[in-house]
Design a protein around this ligand. Structure first.
Ligand code: GTP
Length: 157
């Protein structure tokens, strides 16, 4: 599993919540990438997650002009376009029909600062062949569900 997303969106926090049950209000920014591993028992199967937590995407998509993104939402679209299975010109991951993509809307506890409503998020995910889930690494809302859903899907195929 590779976590992609803008700086500060909570990628490390989601993994730490899942793997260690921890959350830090002042989580340090990831430099380069960090690796985590976690095993889940799903139905009769054991699923081992090897998780690469990347630094904020500008550093990954460093070929992009600095002013290419207006906000986090634009950045997500740029990432999705670059990894989408139908995009053979991908810079990040070459097209792979077995790729499971999940659009995660984190920090759902900060409802008052919401910029994208749930319908728009779900529609965008559906249009791009992704699962959609809203999470909070802070409250742990839907964090285990996120990983169980993916494990469940992998276990079925
Ligand atoms: P980079 O490593 O810079 O790419 O950032 P990141 O995407 O890994 O984000 P990180 O986990 O470092 O979290 C950034 C900040 O957001 C930290 O201060 C976290 O405490 C905070 N944060 C992460 N998830 C949540 C959440 O669900 N709710 C709230 N309120 N804050 C969160």
């Amino acid at each position: 599993m590779v976590l992609l997303g803008d700086m500060g969106t909570g990628k490390t926090s989601l993994v730490l919540r899942f793997v260690k049950g921890q959350f830090y209000d002042f989580q340090e920014s990831t430099i380069g990438a960090a690796f985590f591993s976690q095993v889940l028992s799903i139905n009769e199967a054991t699923v081992k997650f090897d998780i690469w937590d990347t630094a904020g995407q500008e550093r990954i998509l460093s070929f992009e002009p600095k002013n290419g993104f207006k906000n986090s939402r634009d950045k997500e679209k740029k990432i999705v376009n670059s990894i989408h299975p139908t995009n053979c010109g991908s810079y990040v991951i070459r097209g792979n029909p077995n790729l499971v993509m999940v659009l995660v809307a984190n920090k759902i506890d900060l409802e008052i600062k919401r910029e994208v409503d749930v319908e728009e998020g779900a529609r965008y995910a559906q249009d791009n062949g992704m699962f959609f889930i809203e999470t909070s690494a802070k409250t742990a809302h839907n964090v285990n569900e996120l990983f169980y859903e993916i494990g469940d899907f992998i276990e079925e195929v």
